[in-house]
Design a protein around this ligand. Structure first.
Ligand code: BGC
Length: 245
């Protein structure tokens, strides 16, 4: 299949681009609109429609969502309006935009892109990809096979949900230095390392671009690498999922 539209819905922005799903290359401009506040289903669907129109696209659309997504239905809503819980997002997007949609968890989409074309390509064993942004997302692979809808950002750490201590949003909100934030992330990664004994961690999200600022503070035994597509992994993985139908 030629180029497919991938859309990545985040807590602060909705980003989209056409992707050549055979090479993972972005083949259009990357469009971004602000995530509406409150991020109700109708408002978000309207913003998704806007991204599709900006790219003048018709065809199947792959779309990420920052929550548990099973068969197009959202089962959580940590960083979006709570009215999403129980909503059939796939049908809502299809009816609003008038095109077929495949909807999946944002970190799972990022993981699919990185395992196929990026930092996890050809890697067997247990690979854990984490995305750091408004929340913390996770995607777990065993020999390249995804275990969908893991929610490692919601593990408890020092009496708090992990993403409330260590997401990159917290670094900004609390004005933490790279070292202060890295210490929190390191505690979290050490906890995951002990529980899952992964063979590789892939560090994703927009902040992964700045990895040289905080990777030196980590004290893990497990290999850790930045996501190759940084913040575009979600768009790429979404487009790949839509191309597969
Ligand atoms: C959500 C996950 C999502 C992650 C990153 C978490 O708060 O529960 O489903 O993958 O944020 O957006």
């Amino acid at each position: 299949m030629a180029s497919v539209l991938g859309i990545d819905i985040g807590g602060s922005g909705i980003k989209g681009a056409l992707v050549d799903t055979e090479s993972a290359a972005l083949v259009s401009e990357r469009m971004r609109v602000e995530t509406p506040q409150p991020s109700t289903p109708e408002a978000v669907a309207g913003a998704v429609k806007q991204v599709v129109a900006l790219l003048d696209y018709t065809g199947p659309v792959g779309c990420t969502f920052p929550a548990i997504v099973k068969n197009g239905v959202m089962h959580s809503a940590a960083n979006v309006d709570k009215s999403w819980i129980g909503m059939d997002g796939q049908t809502l997007f299809e009816q609003t935009v008038g095109m077929p949609f495949v909807v999946l968890n944002d970190a799972d989409a990022a993981g699919v892109a990185e395992m196929t074309f990026g930092a996890g390509k050809g890697r067997n064993g247990v690979v854990i990809l984490l995305t750091f942004g408004t929340g913390i997302g996770s995607a777990v692979f065993l020999n390249g096979q995804l275990l969908p809808n893991t929610e490692f950002g919601h593990l408890h750490l020092k009496g708090k949900i992990a993403e409330a201590r260590a997401a990159s949003r917290i670094k900004d909100e609390k004005d933490l230095t790279w070292g202060e934030w890295a210490k929190r992330v390191n505690q979290y990664l050490m906890h995951l390392e002990f529980i899952f004994s992964p063979d590789l961690f892939i560090f994703g999200g927009g902040v992964s671009k700045r990895h040289e600022k905080f990777f030196p503070f980590f004290t893990l035994k497990t290999e850790i690498v930045p996501a190759q597509f940084f913040n575009d992994s979600g768009i790429i993985g979404a487009a790949m999922s839509a191309a597969q139908g």
